[in-house]
Write a protein that binds this ligand. Sequence first.
Ligand SMILES: [Mg+2]
Length: 328
Amino acid sequence: MSGQGEFALIARHFAPLTKGVPLAFGLTDDAAMLKPRKGQALVVTADAIVEGVHYLPDDPPETIARKLLRVNLSDLAAKGATPRAYLLTAAFPRDVKEPWIAAFARGLKQDQAHFGVHLLGGDTVATPGPATFSLTAIGEVPGARMLRRSGARPGDLVCVSGTIGDGGFGLAELRQPHPDLTDAQRRFLIARYRIPQPRTRLGPSLLGLASAALDVSDGLIQDLGHIARQSGVGLSIDAAAVPLSPAGLAIARGDPPARLRALSAGDDYEIAFTVPKARLKAMEAAAAKARIRVSVIGRVMKGQGVTVLGPDGTPFEAGPGGFDHFGR
Ligand SMILES: [Mg+2]
């Protein structure tokens, strides 16, 4: 994939993704331009995925592309940023077939329309190794008010959007179907794993309300540990208050430890955040307006680390590497 082949591929499959963004110059120049709107600061984040590490070689190319874009939009959402554009660097295996690339670009096109973002630029190369994709997403926040991990204060409430554990349960379904699930529940969990739902409507509405925030990608407890560390506080989480989906509940009914596994499974792409009590009502109103469920799952305290109160009321210390406490 070099010379004319590469240019033709870019022109056929990726240049159309810049439609509506004149300053991308149809991917025909060395660089693109992006002007922040008046009073806005740009927020930038990047994530890469590798075949065989972050996805399976036979995963559908559409969902690989959509997940790549969505995990980055999830980071923007957790920072309160509204997504605008993205850069994509794609390293395709030398023997990749063009229909695979076409399907990958179709997945991007579908989600661009859904989230109102456009391809701005990037690079396409051939690699002797596994397929590797790096996406840089660019969003905007008013002023310089990006939500940080460092603002939680003792007395604040700990909250999370949506439901937790579905991505992990979905990955488990792909390996071995759970006997207690209906087909619809199984499809729901696998979709949650393959096509995350970045909370792009909720995130910007948390600006000025949340004191700290991040997106849940590596497991709720591990990620909350970042807020605890960066804020210099301790977090106390009530495991029973962590929201599970109906499918997650169906699994936890016959297997109570599944509730704790959900707390450490990855691929949730929800927003975990803290909010001062005085702003709880305003936050709930903002979440209702964004039509995103938000649950209060714990409290910020003086101290350090994340303490989880299990279903039996026993506290676990769940610091770095605390997964062992959940018997994983
Ligand atoms: Mg993140």
